[in-house]
Design a protein around this ligand. Structure first.
Ligand SMILES: Nc1nc2c(c(=O)[nH]1)N[C@H]1C(S)=C(S)[C@@H](COP(=O)(O)OP(=O)(O)OC[C@H]3O[C@@H](n4cnc5c(=O)[nH]c(N)nc54)[C@H](O)[C@@H]3O)O[C@H]1N2
Ligand SMILES: Nc1nc2c(c(=O)[nH]1)N[C@H]1C(S)=C(S)[C@@H](COP(=O)(O)OP(=O)(O)OC[C@H]3O[C@@H](n4cnc5c(=O)[nH]c(N)nc54)[C@H](O)[C@@H]3O)O[C@H]1N2
Ligand code: SF4
Ligand SMILES: [Mo]
Length: 725
């Protein structure tokens, strides 16, 4: 019998509501849920074709151990015993910090995994927690910490109530946005224009989302000059809301001094956005009754991501658009994550590594992983829901050599991806359809959304018998290692007993994730999980954020309760780097710059093995016709692309979507060695991250963010033949 179940898609942060028809524990069909309180009948093809991933014959359904170049299925007891033995040996050498963890994007959408991975590593005494957070957004957490007092005080654009919106370095129609919730993004952004407003996308590529508004090209990695000049113009035009600045902010004069040299004309020299255009944007921004700003990954991944976000938040703050409807708002979630994070030793805004580099919000820089392994600081690594081999800067393939130096590499994943293919053990984890959950904490609990709501789902499918939840895996490891979880012996003992019993005859009474989700909901005065599932299968819409609830309140978590407009580290870094980078921009005007490109049917490397999503056998380098003519190539010809770090050969596609001087290559391809992913291996493409660097010189020092966008490259026509079909 076919049963229809409601859930939400956990692939990207749009978290669209879905209806899944299930028969005999198999998906018959996945459809958008037309009644979902926010996504309202929208879902993309990655969600509706997830059956090709869920039921893939290549899924890992029991623990795997590498023996030479072959893989052997082993029992959980054997896998956990052997892993524990190796981890225990490192621990006994008195070096818990040499045990590391690396989490990828899907790990962020899993509500329980972070709690238990944090508990295990806290108990072990290791803070070597890396992740792709330093590939996408750690700069924002750094700014939040310094300006508002907690990494999790995260502002979002109030899209549905704004009259003017500027979007830098994001492509919501393809990506589903990041760090705020905007399903049906194209319609909702387009609605701003329909109600008489403006939406302007600033991007080196004329992106898919640009159809919802206007588009301006910007030279990659020059946003800091645009934003500095924008801020300066706001001040020069008298756009500062002085009473608010005086009553709830500090260090305005320092901010004004920092941006003072940056005129519209000076920024135009490097950004490609004319002085007149910038001035007109500022005028409209100030004239609008409500105006908001947003920047995302394309800017975050530049060399000045933290400075850019500081300037963006400062513009919003001083112009009176911050904390007002239609501007940039800070959500009042049902849980105050910002206060929790501030007091959590694993999440504090910054802490120093021995080499002087910073971790932000507890995350080590992914760009330092290879160095840290090579100098012995990391000897064992548990990779959860990630594929760092393709995702991270990998100068000429260095990452593979570094990972192979580990004493122990464990991958917790649904598949044997490229990184897992190098591992000693693969532990099979549940998919989002196999667990109870709520949309990513920031959107549901912290209300980083113009449409606050709560949603919860139970499991849609039963996992294969030997597939396990992360909470179980980390708790069993803690048990075998003799580590206390959550610093509390009683809770730790109860969790360990639950994990021991979870897959015995008593298992059906063990509901740890469900208990915890219910507990969180009830603590916040909301209905528990059972009631949510029964009474609100389409979600529970909460009241809109009316604004005026942050500035001047105790929600500002800085010591003096004031928003800091000029954190000293930011001012110093601006002074140290910005003129120097400006000169480099002027000197290298003719050099091409590389950016990434997300594709609708691929989620990083995660969909690469789906025959229903990926049909092309390679990715392409996208070039403007002018550049193509100069290089002497037509569609499908190959080019050699070289950076200071590596070189690749890739076929081209020519399009006037690209800004002249910029090449876009979709990232997270390059599946030549994907022995566990046969469809991906037959559709391999090229890993553009061979062109990205790693180590200290390739990370942004304020936040540990990897420099993955705006990389200078040289391109020539290639003599090598590449296959495109
Ligand atoms: N379909 C799909 N959806 C995804 C993903 C995916 O792989 N596929 N990945 C998910 C993940 S992990 C994340 S973090 C989010 C990211 O979500 P977004 O932040 O929206 O990421 P992108 O779509 O890469 O958009 C970045 C944009 O920045 C532009 N850009 C590059 N360099 C610069 C620059 O220097 N300045 C400016 N102004 N723009 C620049 C690029 O052209 C690109 O359009 O998307 C998520 N959603
Ligand atoms: N040049 C360039 N490089 C980039 C980027 C860019 O814009 N340009 N973007 C960067 C960004 S923002 C990111 S986030 C990274 C993406 O890199 P990652 O975060 O590493 O994401 P994926 O490559 O998709 O790998 C995710 C893995 O998780 C597994 N998985 C899926 N669901 C689950 C689950 O529920 N549980 C477990 N245990 N495993 C699961 C998948 O099978 C897959 O193997 O790439 C980064 N790299
Ligand atoms: S937009 Fe994102 S959340 Fe919605 S269906 Fe597609 S992948 Fe899933
Ligand atoms: Mo990401």
């Amino acid at each position: 019998m076919i049963e229809t179940k409601q859930t939400f898609c956990s692939i990207c942060e749009a978290f669209c509501g879905l209806e899944v028809d299930v028969e005999d524990n198999r998906i018959r069909e996945i459809r958008p849920n037309p009644n979902h309180v926010v996504s309202d009948g929208y879902a993309c093809v990655k969600g509706t074709r997830y059956d090709s991933i869920q039921h893939s014959p290549d899924r890992i359904t029991a623990p795997q151990k590498r023996i030479g170049n072959t893989w052997q299925t082993i029992s959980w007891e054997q896998a956990l015993d052997e892993i524990t033995e190796k981890l225990g040996a490192i621990h006994r050498r008195g070096n818990p910090q040499a045990i590391g963890h690396f989490v990828g994007a899907p790990g962020g959408a899993n509500l329980m995994a972070p709690i238990f991975r944090g508990a295990l590593f806290g108990g072990l005494g290791s803070n070597r927690m890396y992740g792709t957070g330093t590939c996408d957004t750690m700069n924002k957490f750094r700014v939040n910490g310094d300006m508002y007092g907690s990494p999790m005080r995260l502002a979002y654009p109030d899209v549905d109530h704004t009259e003017f919106m500027l979007v830098l370095g994001a492509n919501p129609a393809v990506s589903g946005t990041t760090l705020y919730h905007l399903p049906r993004s194209r319609q909702r952004l387009g609605a701003i224009v329909k109600r008489g407003g403006r939406v302007v996308f600033i991007n080196p590529r004329r992106i898919e989302t640009a159809r919802a508004g206007e588009h301006l090209f910007i030279r990659p990695d020059t946003d800091v000059y645009f934003l500095a000049a924008f801020c300066n113009e706001v001040i020069r035009r008298g756009g500062v809301d002085k009473p608010r600045v005086n009553s709830s902010m500090k260090n305005f004069e320092q901010l004004a001094a920092v941006v003072a040299p940056w005129t519209p004309e000076r920024q135009a020299e490097v950004t490609g956005i004319s002085a007149a255009t910038l001035s007109e944007l500022v005028a409209d921004y100030l004239a609008a009754n409500a105006a908001c700003l947003n920047m995302a990954t394309g800017v975050n991944q530049g060399r000045s991501g933290t400075l850019c976000y500081w300037l963006l938040e400062s513009i919003s703050a001083i112009s009176g658009n911050f904390d007002r409807p239609g501007g940039n708002l800070i959500g009042e979630g049902i849980l105050d994550f910002a206060t929790l994070a501030k007091d959590d030793p694993q999440m504090q805004c910054t802490s120093h590594r021995e080499d002087g580099l910073l971790t932000v919000s507890g995350q080590q820089p992914a760009g330092m992983l290879a160095d840290d392994i090579e100098n012995g600081d990391v000897q064992a690594l548990i990779v959860e829901a990630s594929n760092p081999l393709l995702a991270c800067g990998n100068p000429n393939g260095r990452m593979e050599k570094s990972l192979s130096k580990l004493e122990l590499l464990v991958s917790v994943d649904l598949f044997r991806n490229e990184t897992g293919n190098l591992a000693d053990y693969i532990l099979p984890a549940t998919s989002w359809l196999e667990r109870s959950g709520m949309p990513y904490a920031l959107q549901s609990f912290a209300a980083c959304t113009p449409t606050p709501y709560l949603y919860a789902a139970g499991p849609v499918l039963a996992p294969p018998p030997d597939v396990r939840h992360e909470w179980w895996i980390y708790t069993r490891l803690a048990d075998k290692l003799g580590v206390t979880l959550m610093g509390n012996r009683a809770i730790s003992a109860a969790l360990k007993l639950s994990a021991r019993l979870a897959h015995t005859a008593y298992g059906r009474w063990i509901k740890i994730p469900e208990l915890m989700i219910s507990g969180m909901l009830k603590k916040a005065g909301q209905p528990g999980l059972k009631k949510m599932l029964r009474d609100f299968p389409n979600g529970l819409r909460l009241p809109d954020n009316a604004g005026e609830n942050f500035l001047g309140t105790d929600r500002v978590l800085t010591e003096d309760g004031l928003v800091d407009l000029a954190p000293p580290d930011f001012v110093a870094t601006f002074a140290r780097t910005i003129e120097r980078y400006y000169q480099q921009e002027l000197d290298n005007k003719d050099r091409m710059k590389l950016i990434g490109k997300r594709e609708v049917k691929r989620m990083n490397s995660s969909c690469a093995n789906s025959d229903r999503l990926v049909r092309e056998i390679t990715n392409y380098a996208y070039l403007n016709p002018q550049d193509a003519e100069r290089i002497g190539v037509i569609d499908n010809d190959a080019i050699d692309v070289a950076s200071d770090y590596g070189a690749i050969t890739i076929p081209v596609r020519i399009t006037d979507e690209m800004m002249p001087g910029t090449v876009a290559i979709p990232q997270c391809w390059g599946h030549q060695k994907a022995d566990g992913l046969p469809h991906a291996k037959a559709h391999p493409g090229v890993n553009s991250n061979f062109l990205a660097g790693d180590g200290r010189d390739s990370i942004e020092l304020l936040s540990g963010m990897s420099h993955l966008s705006g990389i200078p490259v040289d391109i020539v026509r290639s003599n090598r033949i590449v296959t495109v079909a």
